[in-house]
Design a protein around this ligand. Structure first.
Ligand SMILES: [Zn+2]
Ligand SMILES: [Zn+2]
Length: 283
């Protein structure tokens, strides 16, 4: 596994990469623009190429791009749907330019239209949009905190989406531990974690899990709230993370921290904790 951080935008790209390397990171996740904006600044291909080279030089891989939070490929609103498609296409193009093999996107929400209709739309939009994206970039659907009109809180619908897209679609899964907890999965013990992982692998297939967001959470299990906290301060205990890391993950699996106060002294503490959980999982 290759442990890394979600890197902040502020501070500058190369400064942040060098800092992450200093902290021992071997992969990274970034936003390609503001996660709360519909438009990206015009692409600067020379700059993206420069960044790609810096990451290669520092052996940071894989780079994961997190798409904007506004993107919803099952939006009940036509305008948001069109904008989501445009923004995803642009994000995918830039991922290819910077050399990122993965773009993470939250499974959508149906916006009151109903679960089945939302799933149908989401799958048909993906089928249509996948054809337009650079083939070397893979889409990773992230499980969400669930609740309300969201489609991706449970693992079964994620599995259904993958099944409908077919075994060769360039689509995988990004598992967020805090979101799984918020959606109701029992990560309070080794036993509960094993059961939850059995359910995940049965739904999507072990080999389709291509990234992990190793986050801890302060809100109650199943509350559909997503309050990320530092690893040592959350409700998911170390043995749950150790159990998660004990599976035979590929060496290149990015394990990304999305903890609060990224960019502060907490990064080192969280990375150290994460590595110790992983080491306990391996032994
Ligand atoms: Zn996310
Ligand atoms: Zn996440």
């Amino acid at each position: 596994m290759r442990v890394g951080l979600h890197m902040p935008l502020k501070g500058g790209f190369s400064h942040n990469v060098n800092r992450a390397v200093g902290l021992g990171c071997r992969s990274l996740q970034i936003f390609i623009g503001s996660p709360k904006a519909w438009h990206l600044a015009p692409p600067n291909e020379a700059e993206l190429e420069q960044r790609r080279r810096l990451l290669a030089e520092k052996s940071i891989y894989p780079l994961v791009i997190h798409s904007a939070y506004l993107v919803n490929l099952s939006s009940a609103n036509e305008i948001f749907l069109r904008k989501s498609c445009e923004l995803m296409q642009e994000t995918m193009k830039r991922a290819a330019l910077i050399g990122a093999p993965y773009v993470v996107m939250h499974a959508g929400s149906h916006g009151g239209r109903g679960f089945d209709a939302g799933m149908k739309l989401f799958i048909s939009m993906l089928k249509q949009e996948l054809k337009k994206w650079p083939p070397q970039v893979r889409l990773l659907l992230e499980n969400t905190a669930g609740g309300g009109s969201s489609l991706g809180g449970k693992f079964a619908p994620l599995g259904q989406i993958l099944k409908e897209l077919g075994p060769n679609a360039p689509v995988g899964i990004c598992l967020d531990t805090a979101h799984a907890w918020a959606a109701g999965y029992d990560l309070s013990s080794a036993e509960g974690t094993k059961k939850s992982m059995d359910e995940l692998f049965a739904a999507v297939g072990f080999e389709r899990v291509m990234a992990i967001h190793a986050n801890n959470i302060g809100s109650p299990r199943g509350a559909h709230r997503d309050r990320h906290v530092h690893l040592r301060e959350g409700l998911i205990p170390p043995e749950a993370f150790s159990t998660l890391f004990s599976y035979p993950w590929p060496e290149e699996l990015p394990v990304i921290l999305e903890s609060p106060e990224i960019g502060s002294h907490w990064d080192e503490i969280n990375l150290t904790d994460l590595r110790s959980y992983a080491a306990a999982g391996v032994s």
